[in-house]
Design a protein around this ligand. Sequence first.
Ligand code: ZN
Ligand code: ZN
Length: 155
Amino acid sequence: MSSATVHSPGLDAADLIRRAGLRVTEPRRAVVEALRVSPHASAETVFRLVAASVPQTSLQSVYNALGDFADAGLVRRIEPAGRPGLFELRVADNHHHVICTGCGAVADVDCAVGEAPCLTPSETHGFAVHAAEVTYWGTCPDCTAAAIAAASATP
Ligand SMILES: [Zn+2]
Ligand SMILES: [Zn+2]
């Protein structure tokens, strides 16, 4: 198990699936492994990773597995505006994301302040607010470095 794993590092993929109350299948196990390798992955990215280890898996079965996982609370789906939905194993906290407008790189950002919802709306309209989801858009270090290099290369 890699030290980079943020979600229940002691459990293998089959245990995670079983603990979510789902039946363990080869494609489902491969989907969990794919999300460990690529922590914010689109369904297409998951499919490409899964196809490398379980070649007979269809894109549809990857979608089905991700949908079942989301329903069971095993994965969280994030939907950055104008981009494909991304799936991650880090669930049950109210963390946010910073996304590069250049290359689409995604990183986790812990809650702004303490616990969910971590941001106080100026007006709740009577709603009991239990979560706040923030997407920070910006330029990642790689894209910033590339932009500086490109600028200094032009006379
Ligand atoms: Zn970037
Ligand atoms: Zn995340």
